[in-house]
Ligand binder design. Structure first.
Ligand SMILES: NC(=O)C1=CN([C@@H]2O[C@H](COP(=O)(O)OP(=O)(O)OC[C@H]3O[C@@H](n4cnc5c(N)ncnc54)[C@H](O)[C@@H]3O)[C@@H](O)[C@H]2O)C=CC1
Ligand SMILES: O=C(CO)COP(=O)(O)O
Length: 320
């Protein structure tokens, strides 16, 4: 069975490399025909320098080969997912569709798997999420991720299909917990980066991560997700990784923001749009999300770093 992957960015390509190395046939689709031709010729993706694409990955800019696959991984940014599904949902019906992105859609206010469920109701919606840098996966370093799907039997099939000796998948039926954990940790990573970039120190970052986790738990449980999911790979695992590693684009963006330095705006930084979505959710649902709100205010220029940090540090003292 050939596995389809839509999106030949860093993550889609890394997943393709891991699966192909373990014997799966992979159809990797990118919208840019010139980029596909370049990757075909060099057998390398510029976003993953030094990683050779195995022969069992077929690159394509044509949609028909992608739609011929029964299982399709959607590795395009979270804010682009609903547009893609809006355009091609009819061709994807009945398939297993695995969101491989992290965020909350600003227009729909849904996480990636929920967006799939809403826009392609007769597909099997799942999400693959958890702590894993694309370069680590592509280099064959050990990684463990969460696969979430409402139906446990379908989830178990995906778990088998997408696990390799170095890419271990754990499964859950708690889509809400898994998709919100992945979305929220990026916002917390921006905040952690700001904390370090502004020179507040590692103790302050540890406090930020811990209070960020409390904020994540508050939202997830109010939206029907499980605290246990959040304590796993898709929540705590990814929060720790992304808030402490300069490999993370969200963290690096926060570092630059905190230090008042420029940042390459073409980089995929999912936490920016997601912070704004969470700020809106906080108002709509009357849930206290102070860190997400401050990050949204910072990234949209409503506030500056000094005022934002003061706002967080001057909140009323309360029980932990
Ligand atoms: N890079 C990493 O280490 C990891 C990334 N992820 C997630 O994977 C998702 C994708 O990130 P990356 O691959 O790293 O980003 P990337 O910036 O390397 O690649 C994004 C790809 O999506 C394509 N794309 C953008 N809009 C599109 C559209 N409307 N239709 C079709 N293709 C479109 C771009 O051309 C690009 O090839 C994000 O949600 C990210 O959070 C998850 C785990 C690890
Ligand atoms: O999600 C990731 C690691 O699990 C990648 O994080 P960034 O998108 O911040 O680089």
């Amino acid at each position: 069975m050939t596995i389809g992957i839509a999106g030949a960015g860093a993550f889609g390509t890394a997943l393709g490399v891991a699966l192909a190395r373990d014997g799966r046939a992979v159809q990797l689709w990118a919208r840019d025909a010139a980029a596909v031709a370049q990757m075909q010729a060099s057998r390398e993706n510029p976003r993953l320098p030094g990683v050779t694409l195995p022969d069992t990955i077929t690159l394509t800019a044509a949609l028909d080969p992608l739609f011929a696959c029964e299982t399709v991984l959607l590795a395009i940014p979270a804010q682009a997912l609903s547009g893609f599904l809006g355009d091609y949902g009819a061709r994807l019906s009945g398939k297993a569709l695995v969101a491989c992105c992290k965020g909350i859609d600003l227009g729909r206010m849904t996480g990636p798997a929920s967006t799939i469920r809403d826009l392609v109701p007769d597909a099997g919606a799942a999400i693959l999420t958890g702590p894993s840098f694309a370069t680590d996966i592509a280099r064959g370093l050990p990684t463990a991720l969460t696969i979430a799907c409402a139906d446990d039997a379908s989830c178990a099939l995906l778990q088998q299909l997408l696990s390799t000796p170095t890419l271990r998948l754990y499964r859950t039926t708690d889509i809400t917990g898994a998709e919100l954990g992945g979305a929220l940790k990026n916002v917390m990573a921006i905040a952690a980066g700001v904390t370090i970039g502004a020179g507040l120190g590692e103790s302050a970052r540890a406090a930020l991560i811990t209070r960020g986790f409390a904020e994540m738990q508050r939202l997830v449980t109010q939206l029907g997700g499980q605290a246990e999911t959040l304590a796993g790979l898709s929540g705590l695992g990814d929060l720790v990784l992304t808030c402490t590693s300069a490999q993370s684009r969200n963290y690096r963006y926060g570092l630059a923001l905190g230090a008042a330095q420029d940042f390459n705006t073409t980089t995929t930084v999912e936490g920016i749009a997601t912070a704004s979505a969470l700020r809106q959710l906080s108002l709509d649902l009357d849930i206290d999300l102070p860190i997400c709100t401050v990050v949204a205010d910072l990234t949209t220029g409503r506030t500056d770093v000094k005022t934002a940090l003061h706002a967080l540090l001057s909140r009323p003292l309360k029980e932990e």
